[in-house]
Design a protein around this ligand. Structure first.
Ligand code: HEC
Ligand code: HEC
Length: 333
């Protein structure tokens, strides 16, 4: 009897050890950083600024934010990095204490990652100054950093992998043109099992299976809204994963803490809880109304200021896409 138990224990331990070795060898899945040789047109550069600042809102994470102002517009210097993601700020963006954005790092007690700082992505040697375009492209779309390590998926590379190649290169040119800032982010500290699990997410982008048809408004609106991460806040997560709950796409109801206050994202489906009665014009106007808005009265987690710079055509495409969704009531309401 004792021997049988001992044998099974040894078998189980061996299995786990083999699995660990297997994961160490095969993960993260990565390809060589590509050798890129491209000439940027002025149009591409302009698109890069537009995408990075008004659609993909890279700044939202990679800059300090002014949480005393409506929607937390970014503070200069742009792209120089931000405080650290800790127990105070979770994956879904729970913000318990506004002071964390002072740039002071906080250690976590009850939430992963233990310590993850959003790095400087300006073209200074302490930022991305020494990275090649290929390394940047691989980082943004595949989640592998310059040291060949898996990046933490708070950096939404699993979303940016669907960026068209041209759009991704345009965004890289935006990083290269930022004013360089000397700012070293403390190295990340992620404990077991997260330090192993983090290797699961990166995946090489081999080829775009279906090219984007930008002339199809709903398809283009879906692309923009996916890349702008509207669903990241407006769709409940599937359990503890990074995935959207499939039946609740854009159904809203996700809670965010801003200091002591909770704010819930709204329903963006064509349900009566959501945008059923909204005209295209009203939708566009709502965004555009924040272009020159300067208030410290109310606050929200949504960076209206950044999104207000989207073109009316692009906002219209997002509207068309949202209206094409299945209407669902807001969960928990
Ligand atoms: C939701 C927050 C978030 C957004 C949005 C975001 N990033 Fe990141 N980014 C991170 C975090 C966190 C890391 C660090 C990941 C790690 O080290 O494991 C990171 C890392 C990086 C790195 C690697 C830098 C280094 O020194 O290792 C680059 C390059 C980068 N991001 C570029 C971008 C670009 C370009 C965009 C917009 C297209 C963007 N990021 C949007 C959170 C974000
Ligand atoms: C970081 C989280 C976050 C992101 C990203 C985000 N939202 Fe929001 N959104 C919210 C929250 C929270 C609210 C409710 C508070 C408010 O009105 O600002 C909201 C409100 C709205 C409203 C107002 C609805 C109403 O009934 O008044 C619209 C429209 C909207 N979001 C559309 C979008 C679209 C489109 C995108 C993508 C381009 C987007 N949001 C991205 C969090 C987010």
């Amino acid at each position: 009897m004792f021997r049988a138990i001992a044998t099974s224990l040894i078998a189980i331990v061996t299995m786990f050890a083999m699995l660990a070795v297997y994961l160490q060898i095969t993960l993260p899945r990565k390809s060589e950083a590509p050798n890129i040789n491209f000439t940027l047109t002025p149009e591409m550069k302009e698109r890069g600024v537009y995408l990075a600042e008004n659609v993909l809102v890279c700044d939202d994470c990679h800059s300090q934010r002014d949480w005393g102002k409506f929607g937390g517009p970014i503070k200069k210097p742009q792209g120089a990095g931000r405080g650290c993601v800790t127990s105070e700020v979770s994956l879904t963006g729970r913000l318990r204490d506004e002071n964390q954005f002072s740039g002071i790092a906080i250690n976590s007690e009850d939430y992963f990652p233990e310590y993850l700082c959003v790095p400087n992505i300006t073209p200074h040697p302490t930022g991305i100054g020494d990275w090649t375009d290929g390394e940047l492209l691989r980082a943004v779309r595949e989640g592998i950093n310059i040291d060949d390590k898996a990046m933490f998926p708070i950096m939404p590379y699993h979303i940016y992998r669907d960026l068209t190649g041209l759009d991704a290169l345009a965004v890289i040119s935006w990083m290269r043109d930022l004013p360089p800032v000397d700012e070293v982010a403390p190295p990340r500290q992620v404990k077991f099992p997260m330090n192993v699990l983090v290797n699961r997410w990166p995946r090489p982008v081999f080829a775009v299976s279906k090219p984007l048809n930008a002339d199809d408004e709903v398809e283009y609106g879906s692309y923009l809204s996916h890349q702008a991460r509207c669903n990241y806040c407006h769709t409940p997560r599937w359990g503890q994963t990074l995935e959207d709950s499939p039946n609740l796409l854009m159904a809203g109801g996700v809670s965010f803490m801003i200091g002591k206050y909770a704010v819930r994202s709204t329903n963006l489906t064509p349900h009566e809880d959501g945008l059923k009665d909204w005209s295209r014009e009203a939708f566009i106007r709502r965004f555009k109304s924040y272009e020159d808005y300067d208030s410290n009265a109310v606050n929200t987690w949504m960076n209206w200021k950044a999104y207000s710079g989207m073109t009316e055509e692009d906002l219209g495409a997002i509207y068309a896409y949202l209206q094409s969704l299945r209407p669902v009531p807001t969960p928990g309401s």
